[in-house]
Design a protein around this ligand. Structure first.
Ligand code: DAH
Length: 365
């Protein structure tokens, strides 16, 4: 066997060439190809090592052997270059295929398009828009209210039968205290009291909010929503009350005419008092009356309880059920799912957040 370490000329260069060319051919990616390049042409590569030994060869052999090694080197280098070019094209094609994206696909829907406004919020925004246009401000009061504001100052003294009708939730009092227990407000009317105590007439407010009664069936839930209205000045009369409510109903139901009926009734805080009915014709069912709330001229006792002289001041008040108005306008049959947090229901009955109700652009669209 030839001693190649001692005599490099004994090495079979054509076998080495075909071995290296074969390695080049077998390299399947750029990484493997580079490993072949290092093993052949790198500092310690097989061709480089043969070149390094040239100096130690006898002069007569050096030239021919050097030439032959160079030929192998040139052949392997060319094969490496060609293969590299081929693999690069393939790698680019693979990337293009992998990173391809179909820009004709529909845009992914963002949270602002998926979220829904609850029908109660929608109806509330609609009412605020309508009343603001008539010059009303929005007033607020707490959900936990004093017995005095929820009842007494509204001309519903202790032992008054109207208290029973309200199915009130009373809060626990501190042991030993004989103060009247606080209540979860049973209506938004106490905001009338807060407003009259807090500011001078003329007053023109609406007060939307949550109210609570211990009652539950298909049309009653222990918590629901009302919208209260109050106008106090020196000249306001029942004609104004009727006009405001009629304009409100036309705007709310988005119709040109609405038939309304004011039915004599009784509320302790108004005199006279009326129940507000609308003819369901506005909703495509003429001849059917539907009660949407109560109203009346503010009772002199209520004015007095708030430090206003009924000889000088007068005005009207009204209260309507917001949930009921939402059910009516949007054809929602059952009240209970309003408060069940069911996404399927909300997606069905809810409104787009991008669709703000405005009188100019349309309340609902
Ligand atoms: N507070 C009444 C209720 O909850 C509704 C109501 C009736 C409010 C007549 C008013 C009114 O302001 O004038 O049943």
């Amino acid at each position: 066997m030839a001693d190649t370490a001692a005599d490099p000329s004994a090495i079979d260069l054509s076998a080495l060439e075909s071995e290296l060319l074969n390695d080049v051919a077998k390299a399947m990616d750029l990484g493997a190809l580079d490993a072949v390049r290092v093993s052949a042409l790198g500092k310690k590569g097989r061709i480089s090592e043969l070149m390094a030994k040239l100096g130690a060869m006898p002069a007569d052999q050096r030239k021919a052997f050097g030439q032959a090694v160079n030929n192998v080197k040139a052949a392997v280098s060319e094969a490496l270059d060609q293969k590299k070019a081929t693999l690069e094209v393939a790698a680019l094609a693979a990337r293009l295929a992998n990173e391809h994206s179909d820009i004709t696909l529909p845009v992914r829907v963002g949270p602002e398009a998926q979220g829904r406004i609850h029908p109660v919020s929608q109806v509330l925004d609609e009412c605020i828009e309508i009343f603001a246009d008539m010059g009303f401000k929005v007033a607020e009061g707490p959900d936990i209210e004093s017995d005095d504001y929820n009842f007494t100052k509204l001309n519903i003294p202790a032992e008054h039968p109207a208290r029973q009708e309200h199915d009130t939730f009373y809060l626990k009092t501190k042991p030993g205290s004989n103060a009247a227990p606080l209540v979860l407000r049973t209506h938004t009317s106490p905001v009338q009291i807060r407003t009259m105590l807090g500011q001078k007439p003329p007053i023109r407010i609406i007060a939307p909010g949550r109210v609570y009664r211990c009652d539950s069936d298909q049309t009653h839930t222990p918590m629901f929503h009302q919208i209260e209205g109050l106008v106090i000045d020196e000249t306001t009369h029942m004609g104004h009350l009727k006009w405001v409510l009629e304009e409100m109903c036309k705007a709310f139901f988005e119709v040109d005419t609405v038939t309304m009926r004011f039915r004599a009734s009784h509320f302790p805080f108004t005199e006279p008092s009326m129940e507000i009915d609308i003819d369901k014709g506005a909703l495509g069912k003429p001849g059917e009356w539907l009660e949407i709330g109560g109203c009346g001229m503010v009772h002199p006792n209520v004015l007095r309880n708030c430090g206003l002289d009924p000889e000088t001041y007068q005005g009207f008040a009204f209260g309507m059920g917001l949930d009921r108005m939402a059910m009516l306008k949007y054809g929602i049959p059952d009240l209970r799912p309003f408060f069940a947090g069911d996404l399927k229901w909300l997606r069905h009955y809810g409104f787009s957040i991008l669709d703000q109700p405005t009188l100019g652009g349309g309340l609902s669209s």
